[in-house]
Write a protein that binds this ligand. Structure first.
Ligand SMILES: [Zn+2]
Length: 128
């Protein structure tokens, strides 16, 4: 695992989602990598995201090809648009499969799979 992949996963383990940011392009970068994909610069900085986003699209997984997800079926696989402008593939948890909607606000959570934390999202509940 590279240093930048390790940094990403260490933050996930702590329950927060950090992304690389290119100060030249003023854009977040996902997935973690050595260079900015929009310009040739290295030395991307790390910034903590809000963990807030909206469901861009989703599908229901009834048969998982991934052994580590077999006990979760049926589960919601989704693309989530973070407020930071990044689209991330993920799962939606704590949401009935008939309740998920496109544009639904979601917030970061993590699940443990085989001893490792993975970033997932759950419905965002406004606090009164
Ligand atoms: Zn750049």
């Amino acid at each position: 695992m590279t240093d930048y992949q390790q940094t990403y996963w260490e933050h996930i383990e702590e329950g927060s989602l950090w992304l690389q940011y290119c100060s030249h392009c003023q854009r977040y970068v996902f997935y973690p990598r050595r260079h900015c994909p929009y310009c040739p610069r290295e030395n991307l900085e790390w910034r903590q995201t809000s963990g807030q986003g909206r469901v861009h699209s989703y599908t229901l997984v009834r048969v998982s090809a991934l052994p580590e997800f077999k006990d979760l079926v049926p589960y919601i696989y989704a693309l989530v648009d973070l407020v930071e402008g990044i689209r991330i593939p993920t799962n939606i948890i704590e949401c009935a499969v008939d309740q998920v909607r496109v544009d639904m606000p979601v917030t970061l959570a993590t699940i443990k799979r085989e001893g490792r934390a993975l970033p997932v999202f759950k419905p965002f509940q406004k606090q009164n």
